[in-house]
Design a protein around this ligand. Structure first.
Ligand SMILES: Cc1ncc(COP(=O)(O)O)c(C=O)c1O
Length: 420
């Protein structure tokens, strides 16, 4: 079967996500290895999106596959509250890695954030959830209404009221000793909505496709202090930034802050099976010893997904992918900064570890196209391209990517600034 007829057959019966159907080609992927995937025409392409920012351990990792196959052969389906070795192991691993106590597992990230919000409301008896304007926390109606992501626009009329922290970037200057614009906006919002009505503050550990902004130094510690003062739950959404993506197990570690709850997904299983969750601290876990946890799902803690998560966490650990992401990410970033100095069309480089962005002075489409012509699969949004390969990329792979990005920048005409 040739690739265009397979595409048409699939498009007949299945939707593509986030797109007008007629204009979406869809890639026919036949194989993958490490930081690359192969197309039906035989080309091997560098995966700068890690599929959907989730294949952290790399493609076709033998240990993750072995863990899953072992679970399929042992017991592939089981009721949510059944007690299984693989579930106990995953619970222990999540507690150890996050420094928190107990996890509630879901099928995807949006559900994880919804359940974190439910838990915050159950524990505090309050309703409001504050989030940053430039953030994304999922596609379901409840969580679309919490952040300022543009994907909320078609549903705006029916969403709950949202409470957004202004987060201008680059950071506007502030007077010496004064709080940053982000923290000042947070303080003003707390004052306006009434701190004692706020159940939770929901922040991405490090912002993904909403801009990869470096937060001001006072933001995370300032939010933590205010949450403590007012009995507000701090939820750290590590669905994108977790499992080594930023060169630490979880991005909030960069700011030295411990949240009350953490949401995890994507890299939790490296995308080998759907699984996400919310991990809570000891006081929240204890609360539910004698209060009912009003949360549950048919596919809760699916055994094969749990095996994928255990396999992925073990692979990230055994392969040393967290320090590797920090080192290789630093090399990628300095290579990109060197290009920013040479290409007038590059405005700035953003990010940490293997979670990098390059902001251009024009729409990113031409650079994406020139990258594709050089076997680079580059995700983008408006004027920004994202460089988020699997963490196993290594120095040699980073050098390969940098030289192709350099050539793509020349071909895209970034050596001349965009006309104003
Ligand atoms: C920070 C963050 N939170 C939540 C989600 C939603 O996760 P999912 O797409 O698995 O529902 C995403 C997905 O991109 C995300 O990046």
């Amino acid at each position: 079967m040739n690739s265009s007829s397979l595409r048409d057959r699939q498009a007949q019966g299945l939707f593509f996500t986030w797109s007008a159907q007629g204009s979406t080609r869809g890639m026919e992927v036949v194989d993958a290895k490490g930081a690359q995937f192969q197309l039906a025409d035989g080309r091997w392409v560098w995966d700068l999106e890690s599929q959907v920012y989730n294949v952290n351990a790399g493609h076709q990792h033998p240990h993750i596959k072995a863990r899953m196959i072992e679970q399929i052969n042992t017991l592939p389906a089981c009721a949510p509250n059944a007690v299984l070795e693989i579930r106990a192991t995953l619970g222990e691993l999540l507690s150890k890695k996050t420094g928190l106590t107990k996890s509630f597992l879901t099928c995807g990230g949006s559900e994880a954030v919804e359940n974190a919000i439910k838990i915050a409301r159950l524990v505090t008896g309050r309703s409001k959830v504050l989030a940053r304007r430039h953030s994304y926390h999922g596609a379901s109606l409840a969580v679309l209404g919490v952040s300022g992501d543009p994907r909320r626009a078609p549903f705006e009329r029916d969403l709950q009221e949202s409470y957004l922290i202004d987060d201008p970037f680059p950071h506007p200057p502030t007077a010496a000793g004064a709080p940053s614009a982000w923290l000042a906006s947070f303080d003003a919002l707390l004052e306006r909505v009434g701190a004692d009505s706020v159940a939770a503050v929901l922040l991405e550990g490090f912002t993904g496709t909403n801009g990869m902004q470096e937060p001001p130094a006072d933001f995370w510690p300032g939010v933590r202090a205010r949450c403590d003062a007012h009995g507000i739950m701090l939820i750290d959404d590590e669905i994108f930034s977790g499992f080594g993506r930023t060169g630490r197990w979880f991005a909030a570690e960069h700011w030295g802050v411990r949240p009350d709850m953490m949401t995890v997904g994507k890299g939790l299983t490296s995308g080998y099976a759907p699984l996400a969750g919310v991990v809570v601290n000891e006081p929240i876990a204890s609360h539910f010893e004698d209060h009912k946890l009003w949360c549950g799902l048919t596919h809760y803690a699916h055994p094969v997904s749990c095996a994928a998560a255990v396999g992925s966490i073990e692979a990230i650990e055994a392969d040393g992918l967290v320090p590797l992401a920090a080192q290789v990410g630093a090399a990628l970033r300095s290579g990109l900064e060197e290009m920013a100095a040479r290409y007038p069309g590059v405005v700035r480089v953003l990010g940490r570890g293997m979670m990098l962005g390059v902001v251009l002075d024009r729409p990113a489409a031409a650079l994406v196209e020139q990258g594709w012509a050089r076997d680079l699969y580059i995700p983008s949004r408006e004027d920004t391209v994202f460089i988020c390969p699997p963490l196993c990329l290594g120095r040699e792979g980073a050098g390969e990517i940098l030289s192709r990005v350099d050539a793509a920048m020349t071909a895209a005409g970034l050596d001349v600034a965009a006309a104003q």
